[in-house]
Design a protein around this ligand. Sequence first.
Ligand code: HEC
Length: 256
Amino acid sequence: MSIKNTSLPWLNLPNLPLPLKALFVGYLLVVGVGLCMAGLQIMLTHGMADGKVGLSVNDIVYSYYGDRSGTKLASKLNGSMIDKAPVEVREDIIKWAQQGAPESEWEPHFKDVFAKHCIMCHSQIPGIPDFTKYAEVKSRAEVNTGATISGLTRVSHIHLFGISFIFFFTGLIFSFAVHIPRRIKVLAIAFPFCFLLLDVLSWWLTKLSPTFAWLTIIGGIGYGMASTYMWFVSMYQMLVLSRNGKVYGNAWEQDL
Ligand code: HEC
């Protein structure tokens, strides 16, 4: 379509009226900082889930599926508490913990075992569990099954509602870009929504089976890349491309 005959020839990112540009640039700036913060937050909370710095498939498995191989009690007795009791005692406790630490064996047996080896610290030092109490021992004998269903439901709906708003406005702004083939525009605008659904779906699937953890990474990278692309193109066209004084014509009309 010829640019000369077009209606609203200013309806494109480089030629937008200044107030609208201020609105779009302001929005994109805040969303850009927000996305960086989100990335940082993911690194700090999920990235450290397996105890090592950096996000890995393991972290995602740990966050959503949990570590079902053992209990806190077992991992501590093989870790930082290894020197607190002889091996037979530690194995005895670990076996009991793996059976779910049944209370029937607490009074007759394990209460004394903990009294002998553990409570000189675990009832004296503030901030660590008090092992004179069965409930405190029991809670360290539970298998870590990762995210809870109610937790997942909460995070899922916040994520879907909140992030789709970000993608909606980012996509709307990007739809005024010029010189981008219509096909690419459609893909860049649609991708984040698809990957967002994939991302949230992958949390639920990972809760069921750790083999789906890589879907979370693909989903995250996918919408991260699509929105970063739209962000940079939009900012560039509004702030840099606009300086050459050219009239680009109605971007929406050109996409008809
Ligand atoms: C000399 C003191 C001391 C003794 C004895 C001791 N602990 Fe600990 N324990 C600690 C300290 C300090 C921590 C916190 C630091 C850490 O997690 O390594 C801790 C942490 C733990 C934790 C992790 C608690 C949590 O929820 O974070 C478990 C489980 C544990 N100890 C089990 C035991 C058991 C079982 C025994 C007895 C066989 C034992 N400890 C004996 C000092 C002790």
